[in-house]
Design a protein around this ligand. Structure first.
Ligand code: STL
Length: 397
């Protein structure tokens, strides 16, 4: 696809379906005055395996590419390490490779040309003397409080926060300069870090960038949550069709309730934009292979009709689930195929996500009786803080 003809069409495509844009004028100036392709980046930290939620930012990368932008994906390996060692250093390179393979497979599966997409691993430039010095320079400008607040929605919140959580936002701000972009894209959960970057890059003599934010899309768990502790709330990109059916069947979905409904959200934020991209038109079709006794097969021609039928309880949760599970299986089929034929993809998976053989150690408890200082174990409350934090963080995709 070539760059979209006029700046106005490009701008509309670049900002389509977003929740918020900070400094849109920076983007307009590049397109209208400088008349060159917009340089934009999206960062992701290679931690857990990418799941179906990744289709959401991918549709935006597709828009950027279609609008002729120069798009960079930052595989932020050091950020994955700095965020409470979510990815240990031994495996993080393999995870970065796995993310690259997965992102390319998703984009290819929705017919997005990826020749113009650039992948960069964070540590390839974040360990240089220049970058390191800039981290120190920035640490002399930003207060501890501001760094802490900036990371509040992104960095995993734990009982005893590490210093790394304060460095993380500073590095994300510097990435904008070192990736030489005009704009950064991310979920609206990144907002505080984006603002920190806007407020501080100038003091280092660097330009302020524009920021584009996607809405947070509800997941499949209760109240639209995605939870690390509930494997049913996330669908892996390589999930087998039967597993997809099972997970969608167990998705939280109240009859007639359209708020925080992960299934409707998936249709709106993934299936609809993908169809638009594939067909190059606004036409929407959603087929549900409904049993005869419930009204028979039905095809919706607009998302609003579908949502209204669900709201009016003319479409039941089990029938909505049949349609979504079938659509996800169609979406994932080419990704599974690519995995089967790519040794690079398979190797990255095996090395990045080795199957855990760890046998849980059972801690021997000395019988010290109950009358000694600290007899009431302290580990309980700290554990529960950790779990809450995991859930919070997981909703971010
Ligand atoms: C996550 C989850 C998520 C976004 C990110 C990480 C973003 C990371 C990042 C790191 C450096 C950058 C930009 C973005 O320069 O939704 O674990």
């Amino acid at each position: 696809m070539t760059s979209a003809a006029d700046p106005k069409t490009s701008f509309e495509l670049i900002t389509k379906n977003l929740q918020e844009v900070l400094n849109p004028q920076i983007i307009k100036d590049v397109l209208e005055v400088e008349k060159r392709p917009l340089k934009i980046y999206w960062g992701t930290a290679p931690t857990g395996k990418p799941h179906c939620g990744y289709f959401v930012p991918m549709t935006k990368l597709a828009h950027f590419l279609k609008a002729g932008c120069e798009v960079t994906v930052l595989l932020a390996d050091l950020h994955a390490f700095l965020d409470n060692m979510k990815a240990p250093l031994e495996v993080v390179q393999h995870r970065a490779k796995y993310y690259e393979c997965a992102i390319k497979a998703i984009l290819r599966s929705i017919n997005v040309p990826i020749e113009k997409l650039r992948f960069i691993v964070g540590s390839s430039y974040q360990l240089t003397p220049e970058y390191t010095m800039d981290v120190y320079r920035l640490s002399n400008i930003v207060s501890q409080n501001d760094a802490k607040r900036a990371g509040a929605d992104v960095v995993k919140q734990v009982a005893n926060p590490l210093l790394s959580g304060l460095i993380y936002p500073l590095m994300q701000a510097l990435d904008e300069q070192y990736l030489e972009c005009d704009a950064q894209f991310g979920g609206v959960d990144q907002r505080k870090i984006f603002v920190l970057a806007e407020e501080n890059l100038k003091s280092l003599g660097y330009n302020k960038r524009a920021h584009l934010m996607n809405p947070m899309v509800p997941g499949l768990g209760q109240g639209g949550k995605m939870s690390a502790s509930d494997p049913n709330s996330k669908i892996d990109l390589l999930e087998e069709p039967k597993q997809v059916d099972k997970k969608i069947k167990s998705a939280y979905c109240s009859p007639g309730i359209i708020e925080d409904n992960g299934l409707l959200a998936f249709i709106k934020h993934v299936l609809l934009p993908i169809q638009e991209l594939k067909n190059d038109s606004d036409a929407f079709e959603f087929f549900i292979n409904r049993q005869e006794k419930f009204g028979g097969p039905i095809t919706y021609k607009s998302f609003e009709d579908l949502q209204n039928d669900f709201k009016d309880e003319k479409l039941s949760p089990p029938d909505l689930k049949i349609g979504v599970a079938d659509a996800i299986n169609v979406l994932l089929a080419p990704i599974r195929e690519e995995y089967k034929t790519s040794t690079e993809f398979q190797e990255a998976c095996a090395k990045g996500y080795p199957v855990e053989t760890k046998v849980k150690k059972v801690k021997k408890v000395k019988n010290k009786g109950s009358r000694y200082p600290g007899a009431q174990s302290e580990s309980g409350p700290i554990d529960s803080v950790d779990k809450t934090a995991e859930k919070l963080n997981d909703t971010s995709l």
